[in-house]
Design a protein around this ligand. Structure first.
Ligand code: CTP
Ligand code: MG
Length: 256
């Protein structure tokens, strides 16, 4: 166990919780979906606040939502005087839009920002500490990641006669040792992340549609992105299978 660090006076954690959860298929915003009886967002809030790294938390919730905002307020009241300041903003159409909305609401003087998915409710405190520590040591951008276990290949649609065999054909095999599966929280100095999002706000729709994390925006500016160990418990709940896995992990952790 790492001792919980004191929060940096100006470290904000953005929790993006404005997605619809289409692939999970619960018919409600994913952040409201229960895990061990509590909504995913509540787990994420407990994880962030419990890590002790944040002086401020900003949560992006779906437009028109009242429930998730209310959950944040109740959490702040129940957490008591030690709770970081919690603000709630309306998210946008894409994840990047939601991050941008949250960045616009951060307290003046915010020096560092961690961006975390509400869909990763079980991210351990140690991961938050590793990311925050790397920022303290001078990194402008840092991401937690784990080795990839599957062999990853690129493919293309088949054409002509070969289309009768299968829909896709392999075009290459990546070198697995060099690949990492990237998680959140991803950490940045605030100025770098703001600049990266400002630049990406001007990208054409097709390019913007390919934004899957914040680090790739910083990479596009030519700024080094450092990698620290992630944790398999930080899995992202995307499909019903992930939800079953997270329930199992939670029950094992709960029993420990
Ligand atoms: N997210 C967000 N705003 C969006 C889209 C996504 O804040 N417009 C957040 C989600 O709430 C989630 C994280 O980004 O915490 C990762 O997104 P993803 O796993 O894709 O969640 P959803 O977009 O909700 O799921 P789906 O794509 O299946 O609809
Ligand atoms: Mg999504």
């Amino acid at each position: 166990m790492t001792d919980a660090p004191r929060p940096a006076a100006e470290l904000a954690v953005v929790i993006v919780a404005a997605g619809s959860g289409t692939r999970l298929g619960y018919g409600m915003p994913k952040a409201l979906v229960p895990l061990g009886g509590a909504p995913l967002l509540l787990h994420a809030l407990r994880g962030v606040a419990g890590s002790g790294v944040a002086s401020q938390i900003c949560v992006a919730v779906p437009a028109g939502d009242a429930e998730l905002g209310g959950l944040c307020r109740t959490f702040a009241e129940e957490y008591g005087a030690d709770a970081p300041a919690i603000t709630v903003v309306e998210g946008g159409e894409t994840r990047a839009d939601s991050v941008r909305a949250a960045l616009a609401a951060l307290a003046p003087g915010t020096a560092q920002v961690l961006v975390h998915d509400a869909a990763r409710p079980l991210a351990p405190a140690d991961v938050f500490h590793r990311v925050a520590d790397a920022l303290t040591r001078g990194a402008h951008a840092v991401i937690p990641a784990v080795p990839v276990v599957d062999t990853i290949k690129s493919t293309a649609p088949t054409e002509g006669e070969s289309a009768g065999i299968a829909a896709e054909v392999v075009t290459g095999t990546a070198v697995r040792e060099q690949l990492r599966a990237v998680q959140t929280p991803q950490g940045f100095d605030a100025a770098t992340l703001l600049r990266a999002h400002e630049v990406a706000a001007g990208w054409p729709d097709e390019q913007a549609a390919g934004i899957t994390d914040d680090a790739m925006l910083v990479e596009s500016l030519g700024i080094p992105v450092y990698v620290v160990p992630g944790d398999l418990r930080s899995l992202k709940i995307t499909t019903p299978t992930d939800h079953v896995l997270a329930e199992a992990l939670l029950s094992v952790e709960g029993a420990a």
